[in-house]
Design a protein around this ligand. Structure first.
Ligand code: GLN
Length: 485
């Protein structure tokens, strides 16, 4: 049983109090976060008051929600009215939202306690959590390495066992890749499953919020709480939320696991290849059928993804103009200078690069050659997956071509950084659900993750296959030394 499920059961039954759970959590944060810089902000007084309210609710005879007393960290691009939402950017350094994101209200309604906000690459643009106003987050398995990104803070908060669950956002891999680098579970739900209301938009047709946990049963419970229809996000789908956590033991015998040989070719490190192949073998031993599949347009995915993500980002980030939100330059010469200098001083280099490339791709004369072409490729990729899911139930592949890389290793080479998303962007382009799971360690002792992808709204089967893989392996139970103090 996962830590989230366990903690909620103890608090619901009164065997332990939310106050005790949360105090212990604050203690762990204080001891551990100075070594890894996972949290951007937390506030002891508010957190203890929230816990006291939950204990009072129980004492008054009311039953508690599914996440009773469970401390949760949320990524700092998810709006909270009780603290800043900085997106790791100087432009939003002092920004406090007027409202909570849908997922934040869902957590609060389920009696979870939001202990703090997690660090990220500025506006969720990056794969290493090195580009943040708050400084980089470090990998708890080796603090000379990155934790992955952009949801590095929420991933590390779980990996170093400060909390047992957190929320990240995934536009092209930002939940799954850090989960893989940090040895935890990361779930990207299908597009439309979780409301994006209150998530600061990066690429609106790609963004989804999802959980980090240490086990699949906890991820299923978290998804149950945060999923659901919300009229304030026009792409939120009005479809019942299954009780994912009670479908986890659906038999895996006979399930068809699709494997695409091209995902195991060039660019993949040997350690990762071997561990992912062994994970697939485990499923074969458990009675699954391994089915070869073809994804002919895979090689165009990175180019298509970055074109679309940058185009959407350039449009979404137009709202940060020094007037409506956040930072304004000190002494503008005139109105045009106020806009230009506020944006010039407020955004970091990577964000500016993307705004410029996205604006270029959308400009008249280049729209057809770049943006429209990228959309056409996206359609072909979606069709590859539609065809593949006629032949299999889930697809197995690596999460990232390597394990966690060294801090600074890719910071001056944006293309090398972008290529670390080569296995994750498909799921966003095609609206699929996908999960990253620990499946081994490399020669340096760094965690390796593998990925299962399911068709849109195929979370039940995805989670049950993932859960049963975890039942026969123990990689997810290993913790970094940092988590012991
Ligand atoms: N690394 C990818 C990017 O920089 C994905 C980011 C994300 O999923 N938010 O765009």
């Amino acid at each position: 049983m996962g830590d989230v499920i366990n903690t909620a059961a103890l608090v619901q039954s009164g065997s332990t109090s939310a106050a005790d759970v949360v105090s212990a959590c604050l203690g762990r944060i204080k001891r551990r976060d100075k070594s890894v810089n996972a949290l951007v902000s937390y506030d002891d007084d508010r957190v203890l008051a929230d816990a006291a309210r939950i204990d009072k609710k129980r004492a008054s005879g009311k039953s508690l929600g599914k996440l009773a007393g469970v401390p949760v960290v949320v990524k700092d691009n998810i709006c909270t009215e009780f603290s800043r939402t900085t997106c790791g950017s100087k432009i939003l350094e002092t920004y406090v939202s007027q409202f909570n994101a849908f997922v934040v209200d869902q957590l609060i309604n389920a009696d979870a306690v939001i202990v703090g906000k997690g660090n990220l690459d500025e506006f969720a643009m990056g794969s290493s959590t090195e580009f943040s106003l708050h400084g980089g987050t470090l990998n708890p398995w080796d603090t000379n390495r990155v934790p992955g990104g952009s949801s590095g803070g929420p991933a590390v908060a779980v990996a170093s066992r400060m909390v047992s669950a957190s929320l990240g956002s995934d536009t092209g891999g930002s939940i799954r890749q850090p989960a893989s680098f940090c040895g935890v579970v990361g779930l990207k739900p299908s597009y439309g499953r979780v409301s994006r209301y209150g998530l600061v938009a990066y690429g609106s047709s790609l963004d989804q919020i999802g959980p980090f946990t240490t086990s699949v049963d906890d991820a299923a419970l978290m998804l149950e709480v945060i999923a659901g229809h919300d009229g304030r996000d026009s792409t939120s789908v009005n479809q019942d939320v299954p009780t994912y956590s009670s479908a986890l033991n659906e038999p895996v015998e006979g399930k068809r696991i699709g494997v695409c040989a091209a995902c195991f070719a060039e660019g993949l490190s040997d350690d990762v290849r071997q561990s992912v192949e062994q994970a697939i073998e485990k499923l074969r031993d458990a009675g699954c059928e391994i089915v070869p599949i073809d994804l002919p347009h895979m090689k165009y995915a990175i180019a298509s993804y970055y074109m679309i993500a940058m185009a959407e980002a350039s449009s979404n980030l137009a709202r940060f103009d020094g007037v409506h939100y956040g930072y304004r330059t000190e002494q503008p010469q005139d109105l045009a200078d106020m806009y230009a200098s506020s944006r010039g001083e407020g955004f970091g280099a990577e964000v500016k690069r993307r705004i410029m490339m996205g604006t270029y791709a959308l400009s008249s004369g280049y729209y057809d050659a770049y943006y429209l072409k990228a959309l056409k490729v996206r359609r072909l990729i979606k069709e590859d997956f539609d065809a593949a899911f006629k032949r299999c139930d889930v697809i197995a592949l690596p999460v990232a071509p390597t394990t966690a890389f060294a801090i600074g290793e890719k910071i001056d080479d944006p293309l090398a950084m972008y290529l670390s998303d080569m296995y994750t962007v498909f799921a966003n382009l095609a609206g699929l659900c996908a999960i990253s799971l620990p499946c081994g360690f490399d020669a340096a002792g760094l965690p390796i993750g593998w990925q299962l992808m399911g068709p849109p709204f195929g979370e039940s089967t995805l989670l049950s296959v993932a859960h049963q893989y975890q039942n026969i392996t123990d990689f997810h139970l290993q913790t970094p030394a940092l988590a012991a103090d």
